[in-house]
Each structure stands twice: as structure tokens, then as C-alpha cells.
Design a protein around this ligand. Structure first.
Ligand code: NOJ
Length: 751
């Protein structure tokens, strides 16, 4: 019961608060943009009363606004009052990882363009795609009146079973930083603020409110923190959202080492730290550790940053200077990003949804990964006569991930199923299909063919239908959601047996996987082709069909390793699972369903440690170190054409520079993502390859391009904790260029 309310509220539920209305953007006291955000913040701060300051330091659910204004449309995850008399607007916050979210339909009927999952965007290996997606989301948010977006999920994907992997970009520092940074930059190009989240090491959903993520300072700085650091440098987010979990013993939102020492001191972050919804546990400790704003205060045990914070200042346990620092950070960010001078219009603005749909489609197309293509089964010949499509509601739509990032797509949400039975208390999260029918798009691409569809769980029925087809397109699916981890990477509901039966009946079977991360493929050797389409967003059907028929090249590359089995991963099962399941069972009449764990929401689970012994060797680096061969390596993906690399040149002066030539040696145009890895010996002397550069290159047949990259020195370095500085590697560095993390085609040694 409590569990239910806590998550429900995280998406923005009901309460009451008097809300100041928006004031004119500039007052007499404010000298305007020319004086710069710091001076303007200082001047505003000097005029604020303590009560006005305290009011800016805690937010409530956006839905509270309806109490005072039933017509209010800016209902999102959060709201923070401004200071109308000084021209400081309220903050209207919406979730926005994959589009302007409307989880739980808090704005009934309001739709937005649904991008593919962040994993899909990252699979394009093209920062410009991430920027375009962010800019699109920001434009829609602005038109809807929001000025703060809870976007920018930059957690490294450490475990293949994490329920939220679809909301994150990758397992790699460089790729994550590039994608998160550009997406944030895109959002903020609309004079609104984006967060980057969830700071830090928020790597699993089960027990996320209570677990203690433990990792050494050096390993943290070289992995999850470096991804955040580089993404912040690139994207300049106005706000950092601290996560739910503990990090090395302290809650992330009252963790001085993270918030003050690393983020504000070492990285010089000038924005503000807001908490995740329900992530605050104290007043003085959190404030003094560096938390600047409590979000969704209804979810915490107390409104720690409201009356208790005022009492703490008056009582001397939180210095006045700290309160001023908190407010100053929020104000200077609002001035710096245009929230004061260029606020979103107060009336809804028209949105060019047709143009935005193309942004979503382009991201989906670029990120679809061709994993297997025996005998060039793909692209499909336009001459195929009998095409059979099976499964995953492909006649109606495409799958999306669940939780606070859920977008109600412009293309519609024609199917919204309850969570699988046995996931009690999360009834507001629906298994949602977005209205882009792969079947219709396939028919449009093959007008001369007979394209039929069946949806069956019976292997014999599927096999019988498959026998009569020229080609079978089997749509497989794996649903993930915030708040729940997977306990198996196998496709659920008997899909493996179904695929095996279909492939036995017709080897010209193409499996199109829609998933929020890695899946197992016991049938891989039997099928003709495999396409990983992720959660492809509201134009996913069109994107999938265009890749299948070769209207565009297959260009995606895996942003995560696909393991052969869950046991290959650093944590072969979800830590704390037993505690989480026991608590869930206590709280609900029905036990958790096999394959899913329910997350504890409200303290029914005792805290437990999660250790990350792989340290900074996340993802493919872990596999290399163990000499393990995954199902598909990081960076992997086939194309409809072929590429060759030559003439690697590496220079190492003030920076490491890499140059090589890539040529399309196939017969059709296509895109490739050559990847540059550096083998650097770690403290134990073992060399492990790290991605230090990549570029998406689009080439006509026979065309070549010289790729030139400068390597970010921190990607090569070791973090020396006692000295608190980066230590450049000594001696030789081996540079390789290849199509994925496991293969190199060019190599050079540099001193
Ligand atoms: C909890 C999620 O972890 C976070 O990503 C989201 O922004 C907030 N809830 C608000 O919905």
C-alpha cells in the first residue's frame, strides 16, 4: 500500500500549496543580461527575505497546482515557487528522458513526441542525433510551459538486468558522456534547464531506496563520475539530480564527498543540486553536504528543506551562508539559461509534431542494430511474395519502457496493459505500445507482397504458418520499467520456443527484437537474421521497416555488451533480491511474478550493500579482463555494405591524436562507426582496452574519409586518490581501430 503511493506520487500526484503567479521577467532592481548571471543573482539574493529563500529550496508535486488553479496545464513531476515581486518565475518541472513525459496521465490527453529509448539513440553513435532529440524535447516542453526538464540520464549501465537500462545511454564513459552531454545541450538550447541524473552509481532498481553502492574513489572517478564529469562539461546542465541510493555509506543526496568535494569543488559546478523524488533523509546533514533543493517533498518523511530548514538556519545548524549559496546557485542558473529573460510563453504554443516525428524516426533508424545477416537475407527483396509477421502486437504498435519517463505519444498509445501479474502496487505503470504499426509500414514497403500477421503463443501454429512464407519476420519483445529489475535476460512468455519452432519450419526467419537492453538468443544459430530495434519510439514501425527493406542502411552499433548468459555479468543475479522479494511478498497478497522483482518503495527492505568489484572496468572492459567472450561485443553491428580501414597514424605530443582512413568497399551507400581503443595498463599492470574515440561516417560506394580524433587525456589516465589528481599513463600505449570492442583492424604503439 505504502509502496503504491510512493511511486505513484513520484510521477506527480495530489496535494495543496498556494502558488505565486508568474511575474514580469525583469524588475527595476535587475539590471538585465548585460551584467551577467552572477551579478544578477547576487543582486536578487540581496533583496530576498529568509522566507522567500527557503521557499525556493523545496519543491512539491506539480499536481498540487491544480488545487489552486484547475486550469493549470504545467502539471509535471514538480513545482517550485519563484519570487514574483523580484521577477523570478516558478520552476515547472517535467520528466523528459525520451520526450515530455506524462506518466500516469497527469495531464489527461496531453501528448508529446516519443523518442526511441536512450539506448537506441546511443546506438546511433552520433552526438548530433542526441542533440536533435534533446532540442526537440526542449522545444515541446517550452511550448507546454515547462522550464526545467528532468532529463539527462547518465548512469553507466553496469548490469544487463537493470530495469532502467533503456533510459540510460551505454556502458562506456565516452559514449555516455557524448550522448548525455549533447542531449542536455539540445534541451537547453530552448532557454530551459535540464538536469543530469541520477548522481551517482544509481545502477539498479531493486532496493534503490535503501541500497549502499560501494566502489573505491579511484574507480568511481574513472567510471561513473567521469561519465558525469565529461557530460557536464559538454552539456552544461543547470542542475544535477542526486539519486536514491547510498554511495559508500552516505545517501547520495547528503553525500558531501559527491556533492561538495567532487561536483562543486573539483569540477567547479555552478548549477544547483536537486534531489530525486523521495531521496532526502535529513535537513542539516543534507544541506551542509551540498544538496541545494528538495524535490517532491511529499515523498520524503519530512519537508526537510521547508520549515525544518528555516529552523536549522535560525538555530545555527545550517549557516546562513549555505542557504545563500543554495539560492544563489538556483538564481544564477535561471539567469544564465534564460528562464528569467525568455520564459516559456504562458499560453500553449503550436508544436510541429510532423517535423518532430522525423527526429524520432531518424534516431530510431540510426540506432537499429543488425546483429546477424546470414546469406544477406536482409535487406528484404521488394520481390518477396509472401511475408509473414508474427508477434509483439506488430500489427498495432511498438513497445516502450515504463516509469516516470513514459511519454504519451502523439502517435497514440493503442495498447496499455497492466504490469505482469504479481507486480503489486505499481498499477499506474502500464506496458505501453506506441501507435506505429510495423505491419502497416512493412506493407507500405512491399506493396506487391501478401503480408500476413499472426499473434500466437503456440509453436505448432506459428511453424505451420511459417512454412508457407517466403520470409518470416518474428517480432520478439522484452519489457522493462523503472522500479523493477529483470531476473532473467531470456525473452519472456515462451518466445524462445516459438522462435525455435518458426526457424525450424523456415530458416528465412528474421527476428526483430524490441528490448530495453540485452536479451539472450538461444535460437541464434537457427535464424537467418537478427535485428535489435530497442524501444524504437513513435515512428518505430516505419524505422524498422525501412531498415528491413534497405531504404536506409543498418547503421546501429551496440552501446552495451550482450552476454551469453546472465552468469557472465559481474553480478549474475540482482543483489538484495531475496530481501526485496520478501518485502514485496509481505506487502502484497500476490507474490512477485517470476522474471520480475518488485522494488521496495518504503523501507520494507533493510539496507544492503552492493559491491562493484569490477571497479572502473564496466561492460566490455570486464569481459576483456576475464577473457570472456560475450554473445555480441560492445560496438558491434553489421551494415548492408562493407568498410575497410587503413593508414593509422598516431602522434603523442601535448595530446594523443589519431588519424586513419575509412573506405566504403561495398556496393551501396552506408554508415560505419569505426572505433578507436587504447590499451592502457592499470595499476596491476594488466592492459585493458578503453574506447577513446569514434565517429559515425556515411560514405557512398568507393568513397573514403580521413577520420581525425584527439583523445581526451582522462580516458587514458589513472585517478590517484591520495594526490587527488589524474595520473597520465607511463610508457607505451597501444592504439587500435576496429569495428567493435573485440576486433582490431589497425594498430599502433605510441610512446
Ligand atoms: C524518480 C526517478 O528516479 C527520476 O528519474 C524522476 O525524474 C523522478 N522520479 C520524478 O518523476
Amino acid at each position: 500500500m505504502i509502496r503504491h503511493s510512493r511511486v505513484l506520487l513520484a510521477l506527480g500526484a495530489v496535494a495543496t500549496l498556494a502558488v505565486p503567479t508568474l511575474a514580469p521577467a525583469q524588475t527595476q532592481q535587475d539590471p538585465g543580461p548585460a551584467s551577467g548571471p552572477d551579478a544578477r543573482a547576487e543582486r536578487t539574493l540581496a533583496q530576498m527575505t529568509l522566507d522567500e529563500k527557503i521557499a525556493m529550496l523545496s519543491g512539491t508535486f506539480g499536481s498540487k497546482l491544480r488545487k489552486t488553479n484547475p486550469a493549470e496545464r504545467r502539471i509535471g513531476a514538480g513545482h517550485v515557487p519563484g519570487v514574483p515581486r523580484l521577477g523570478i518565475p516558478d520552476l515547472y518541472e517535467s520528466d523528459a528522458s525520451l520526450g515530455v513525459a506524462n506518466g500516469g496521465s497527469m495531464r489527461p490527453g496531453d501528448v508529446a513526441t516519443a523518442l526511441p529509448s536512450s539506448l537506441a539513440t546511443a546506438a546511433g553513435f552520433d552526438p548530433q542525433i542526441a542533440y536533435a532529440g534533446g532540442a526537440m524535447i526542449g522545444a515541446e516542453a517550452r511550448a507546454k510551459g515547462f522550464n526545467v526538464l528532468l532529463a539527462g540520464g547518465a548512469n553507466l549501465i553496469r548490469d544487463p538486468w537493470n530495469g532502467r537500462n533503456f533510459e540510460y545511454f551505454s556502458e562506456d564513459v565516452l559514449l555516455t558522456a557524448a550522448m548525455a552531454g549533447e542531449s542536455i545541450r539540445g534541451v537547453q538550447s530552448n532557454h530551459i534547464v535540464s538536469t543530469i541524473k541520477h548522481f551517482a552509481l544509481n545502477a539498479q532498481e531493486s532496493g534503490r531506496y535503501v541500497l549502499d553502492a560501494r566502489l573505491s574513489d579511484a574507480a568511481l572517478r574513472m567510471s561513473d563520475l567521469l561519465a558525469f564529469q565529461m557530460a557536464i562539461e559538454r552539456g552544461q546542465p543547470g542542475s544535477v539530480m542526486c539519486g536514491y541510493n547510498k554511495v559508500n555509506g552516505d545517501w547520495a543526496c547528503e553525500n558531501r564527498a559527491l556533492l561538495t568535494d567532487v561536483l562543486k569543488r573539483d569540477w567547479g559546478f555552478k548549477g544547483w543540486v536537486m534531489s530525486d523524488w523521495g531521496a532526502v533523509h535529513s535537513t542539516a546533514k543534507a544541506a551542509n553536504a551540498g544538496l541545494d533543493q528538495q524535490s517532491g517533498q511529499e515523498l520524503d518523511k519530512q519537508p526537510y528543506f521547508a520549515a525544518p530548514l528555516k529552523a536549522a538556519v535560525l538555530g545555527g545548524t545550517v549557516p546562513q551562508a549555505r542557504i545563500d549559496d543554495m539560492v544563489r546557485r538556483i538564481l544564477r542558473t535561471m539567469f544564465a539559461h534564460g528562464l528569467v529573460d525568455t520564459p516559456p510563453p504562458t499560453t500553449p504554443q503550436p508544436i510541429d509534431y510532423a517535423a518532430h516525428a522525423l527526429v524520432a524516426q531518424h534516431a530510431a533508424e540510426a540506432g537499429i542494430v543488425l546483429l546477424k545477416n546470414q546469406g544477406d537475407l536482409l535487406p528484404l527483396a521488394k520481390t518477396a511474395q509472401r511475408i509473414l509477421v508474427i508477434g509483439a502486437h506488430a500489427d498495432i504498435g511498438v513497445l516502450s519502457g515504463g516509469g516516470s519517463s513514459q511519454v504519451q505519444a502523439v502517435a497514440g498509445s493503442p495498447i496499455r496493459l497492466p504490469m505482469p501479474a504479481g507486480s503489486p502496487g505499481l498499477s499506474f505503470i502500464k506496458v505501453t505500445y506506441q501507435g506505429s504499426s510495423p505491419l502497416a509500414a512493412i506493407r507500405a514497403n512491399a506493396p506487391a507482397a501478401t503480408v500476413s500477421y499472426i499473434d500466437t503463443k503456440d509453436p505448432a501454429t506459428a511453424a505451420a504458418a511459417a512454412k508457407n512464407a517466403d520470409v518470416v519476420l518474428f517480432f520478439a519483445e522484452q519489457w522493462r520499467t523503472e522500479a523493477v529489475d529483470l531476473t532473467s535476460l531470456a525473452l519472456p512468455d515462451g518466445q524462445d520456443a516459438l522462435i525455435a519452432a518458426v526457424a525450424a519450419a523456415n530458416p528465412r526467419t528474421v527476428v526483430v527484437v524490441q528490448s530495453g537492453g540485452a536479451v539472450l538468443m538461444p535460437w541464434l544459430a537457427q535464424v537467418g537474421a537478427v535485428v535489435e530495434a530497442w524501444y524504437p519510439g513513435e515512428r518505430g514501425g516505419e524505422a524498422i521497416a525501412r531498415v528491413l527493406f534497405g531504404a536506409v542502411d543498418a547503421t546501429g552499433r551496440l552501446p552495451i555488451t550482450f552476454p551469453q548468459a546472465m552468469t557472465q555479468a559481474p553480478r549474475p543475479e540482482v543483489p538484495g533480491l531475496a530481501q526485496v522479494r520478501a518485502a514485496a511478498a509481505r506487502q502484497a497478497a500476490t507474490p512477485p511474478v517470476a522474471g520480475l522483482t518488485t522494488v521496495d518503495i518504503s523501507g520494507g527492505v533493510e539496507g544492503f550493500p552492493v559491491d562493484y568489484p569490477e571497479g572502473a572496468d564496466v561492460g566490455y572492459r570486464w569481459y576483456q579482463r576475464r577473457g570472456a567472450k560475450p554473445l555480441f561485443p560492445f560496438g558491434y553491428g553489421l551494415s548492408y555494405t562493407r568498410f575497410a580501414y587503413r593508414q593509422l597514424a598516431v602522434t603523442r605530443g601535448d595530446a594523443l591524436r589519431v588519424r586513419f582512413i575509412v573506405t566504403n568497399v561495398g556496393a551501396r551507400a552506408g554508415s560505419d562507426v569505426p572505433q578507436v581503443y587504447a590499451s592502457v595498463k592499470d595499476a596491476s599492470g594488466v592492459p585493458v582496452r578503453r574506447l577513446v574515440g569514434f565517429e559515425r561516417v556515411t560514405l557512398a560506394p568507393g568513397e573514403s574519409k580521413t577520420v581525425e580524433l584527439t583523445v581526451e587525456p582522462r580516458l587514458l589516465a589513472h585517478y590517484d586518490t591520495p594526490r587527488q589528481r589524474w595520473q597520465a599513463p607511463r610508457g607505451e600505449i597501444a592504439i587500435t581501430v576496429g569495428p567493435d570492442a573485440a576486433r582490431s583492424e589497425l594498430s599502433a604503439l605510441t610512446r
